[in-house]
Each structure stands twice: as structure tokens, then as C-alpha cells.
Design a protein around this ligand. Structure first.
Ligand code: AKG
Ligand code: FE2
Length: 278
């Protein structure tokens, strides 16, 4: 982090956030207005500081930290994960495999968290409780998506500045209308040095973004984006929501793997539930 990066100020969610402030809240106080602030660009992130209770955190850490049975991300083998993310699919065969395995993948992760609730399921339930139209798994032709990929970002691996947008991976004939997308991660382990979540105050449109990717597999060159406006150091047990259409990145870990459970949240229409997937 450079000296020119402004300090992150947090304030309690009950005060109207200024656009510069992260919203910091608790699991019981978390409300639809917090997500709305993120959607409106009135906050760069919403963090739920006590998302996993201590016994769930201790248990899921025991069952997830230190594992080596994670596989390489299809699009970039330096990134390791358990589960299969839709953003890894590139053709109809990949998508067929993704849907065929979605619930088995979710159940395998649930089994690792059991007897505690899998944190991605806990996110879905929380959204269902607080959002006026509830929340459900994203489906295509009645087939559910997978939600809750466990990511292992190994030491030295830079998750470079990028944006996420489901329509990038979708042939239009799939007919999924996700008009807005948020991202949430539950943090299981965070390195002592590095691993910060970095957010820029920049929302490139798809054409602009594609131009800036150029020949890269994903993301934009750090040298072209300057310093992030916000730098967040997640703590184990927290859940942090961001708007992934802002440029964001994760600084390389300087020691152990950074382990998260991540999912996306989509808005389809004003009267339909939020949809979640990975
Ligand atoms: O792991 C994180 O903190 C953020 C990862 C990310 O790029 C995302 O959630 O879209
Ligand atoms: Fe992302």
C-alpha cells in the first residue's frame, strides 16, 4: 500500500454513509439498505464483522485451512479452488459439466463444513431474510448453479485488477437477465502480510474493459490503474460485499494461502429474488 492511498474510514451503518466510507455492520444489524448503498455507489464495500460465529469459524478453519486437494482454475492454473466456477466455462460442454456437477459440488463442500452450515448457504439465508424479494440459487432451464467456491490464493499469486460480469461468459441464448452483480466473500484465512482487498473508484464499461485486457487472460495491468482508492484487510470470519464492476484486486499473499468462500449475487428485476452463484 502506498502512502498516497487514503485511509479507510468506517462508520456504523445507521449513519448515512459518505461514498468514501465502508459500511461495517454485524450479522443481526445487516439490512437491505446496506446492499442498496453498495448498489447505489454510496459505499465501496459492506463488511459483516461477525459473520461466522466463533465455533463455526474454528470448525471450518480446521476443515479448510491446510488442504491441498484444491484443483487449478481452468482459466489460470495459478489459482486453486474447490468447486467449479461458472466463469471458468468457455463452451457448451463446459457449461453442461458445470450444471451436471453443481449440486454435487455444493454438497461436497457442505460435507466439509458439517455439522456447521456451509458459509455460502449462510449468505443465501441471510439475503433471503433481509432482501424484500428474498434470495435463491440462480437457475437456467430449471437447473441450479453452484454457489460458494472455496478459493486458495497461494503465496505470491497476484489477483490482478479486474471486474466481474456474468454476461461475459454467457452466450445471449442462455437468456439470463442479471442486471446488476455484487460479490461476497467469507474469509477463512488471511495472510499476516499481503492479501488486502483493493478497490478502485472506477467502473469501466465492458468495451473499455475488454480493450484494456488486450492479450491478457484476465484483468488489467496494475501499472495502468494507479493506487487503489480503498485497501481493506479482511479478518477471518468476516463477510465482505463489493460491487465487482468496480475495478478490484487482491494483493499477493506474502506468506500463507488466503482462503475464502466466494459467491456472486445478481439482481434480475424489482419483483424477483436475488440470485446467487459462483
Ligand atoms: O477475495 C476477495 O477479497 C475478492 C475476490 C474477488 O475478486 C471477488 O470477489 O470478485
Ligand atoms: Fe473479482
Amino acid at each position: 500500500m502506498s502512502a498516497s492511498t487514503i485511509a479507510v474510514h468506517e462508520r456504523h451503518h445507521r449513519n448515512r454513509p459518505r461514498p468514501d466510507d465502508l459500511i461495517s455492520t454485524t450479522r443481526t444489524a445487516f439490512a437491505a439498505a446496506d446492499l442498496q448503498a453498495l448498489l447505489d455507489g454510496d459505499a465501496p464495500a459492506v463488511r459483516i464483522t461477525d459473520f461466522l460465529d466463533p465455533s463455526t469459524l474454528a470448525h471450518v478453519r480446521t476443515s479448510f485451512v491446510g488442504r491441498t486437494d484444491h484443483g487449478p482454475l481452468a482459466t489460470d492454473a495459478r489459482f486453486r479452488r474447490i468447486g467449479h466456477a461458472f466463469s471458468e466455462t468457455t463452451d457448451a460442454d463446459d457449461r453442461e459439466r458445470y450444471f451436471a456437477d453443481a449440486i454435487a459440488n455444493l454438497n461436497a463442500l457442505r460435507a466439509r463444513a458439517a455439522p456447521h452450515l456451509y458459509p455460502a448457504d449462510a449468505i443465501r439465508l441471510l439475503l433471503d431474510d433481509v432482501w424484500p424479494t428474498g434470495s435463491t440459487l440462480l437457475r437456467h432451464d430449471g437447473r441450479p448453479f453452484f454457489a460458494g467456491v472455496a478459493r486458495y490464493q497461494q503465496g505470491g499469486v497476484d489477483l490482478e485488477p479486474h471486474t466481474d460480469n456474468i454476461s461475459r461468459n454467457l452466450p445471449p441464448e442462455l437468456g439470463l437477465d442479471v442486471s446488476r452483480q455484487l460479490s461476497v466473500n467469507v474469509y477463512l484465512d488471511v495472510p499476516d502480510a499481503g492479501g488486502e482487498l483493493e478497490i478502485w473508484d472506477e467502473y469501466p464499461d465492458e468495451d473499455d474493459y475488454r480493450g484494456r485486457i488486450g492479450d491478457r487472460t484476465y484483468g488489467v495491468d496494475r501499472a495502468t490503474v494507479g493506487d487503489p482508492r480503498w485497501v481493506v484487510r479482511p479478518k477471518p470470519g468476516e463477510a465482505i460485499f463489493i460491487d465487482p464492476r468496480r475495478i478490484h484486486a487482491v494483493a499477493p499473499s506474502q506468506d500463507r494461502p488466503r482462503i475464502t468462500i466466494g459467491l456472486f449475487i445478481g439482481l434480475v428485476s424489482a419483483d424477483s429474488p436475488l440470485v446467487v452463484w459462483s
